[in-house]
Design a protein around this ligand. Sequence first.
Ligand code: PMP
Length: 426
Amino acid sequence: MTAPASTVEELTAQRDRARQDHADLVARGLRLDLTRGKPSPRQLDLAEDLLDAQAPAVSADGTDLRNYGGLQGLPELRAIFGDSLQVPVEQLLAAGNSSLELMHDALVFAQLGVVPGGERRWVDEPEIAFLCPVPGYDRHFALCERFGIRMIPVPMTAGGPDMDVVERLVAEDPRVKGIWCVPKYSNPDGTVYSDETVRRLAAMPTAARDFRIFWDNAYAVHHLGDEPAEIADLLGLCAEHGNPDRAFVFGSTSKITFAGGGVAFFGASPANVEWWLSCTAKRSIGPDKINQLRHVRFLRDAEGLREHMRRHAALLRPKFDAVDKILTSELGGTGLASWTSPAGGYFISLQVPEGCARAVVAKAKEAGINLTPAGATHPYGDDPADRVIRIAPTYPELPEVEQAIAALATCVRLVGTEKILADLNS
Ligand code: PMP
């Protein structure tokens, strides 16, 4: 991302134009929010029929779902999601409404009980660490901070985390107990892990015997285009390479049905599932099976799920296309930015010149555009290069997305040209 050879006069004129555009923006008094990856109300409307729950609340095997029990979750619902999450139905559990909650619980259970293959509870280790591919998901990092788990950033490549770095770190340091992975349409750069990355994650020797991959497949079925991305089967590969207990798989319907009223899933090896159930049995006498039944009736089967996701894509694609189009027309060829064009998921990652991300977010705020704080994509909120900005275009309506991205581009032009001129003068 090197600036084209512009004369100082040209750059100064561009900066002055950007200053004027920014002042005009501030005067417009916009109020737009691109902070979080939430489904829009129109996406939530797609699942409105979920609310029409009908009696009888009885499962396929005749169980009365109104009562306690069924810790593993409704088998019919697990059957719908087994293929997309790449977990055999017997090893897939359906739980409450949040997969983040399950990731939190997984860490608590590993801290307070010994995971299969482990020798000690993690809380009894002098120190533990997790690998954090960056840019990544801020709530993963927040969980590590909450539990005092040291975070080690690992750079992302076009095919997932840099596996040379991952393999070296896990091989040499037994304190490294886990890695966060969002393997499909990752948050925030939309990366799809290559088959080779998945195979290496499954096969790599680790110094910690109780190493775990936190496989957060939050966007497993969230395709924007007509060609769904496929990723390799992590659980199967772990078993094949003699590491059957290495993976914890997470997913949810938060961005399929209702973000605040969906169903979350946990999948793993038989030994891990048995361990998980022994922990959760102390915590609950069973999940909300009525909500799970509502999901079965609404989605029907795996094809019903695919069909439903196509309706989401029809609402989301124009927003992602608009971001790409506006960034291309406003910033293409300027050398001031590069950005991702994901084939699925909820985010676009914008890279600005080094040292500019915080300033761009601040300038956007002055103009009434709320963005995820710069740095949130990195552990401890610190993007050392200060370059990455996460764009979440799903929630606002299309005209608002267009306004917000055009405004953001103005802020990038302003901060970027100011930076280049300051560098030239220093
Ligand atoms: N994982 C990732 C990667 C996410 O982006 C999100 C939501 N932004 C979540 C998990 C949250 O999932 P849930 O709603 O199931 O807790």
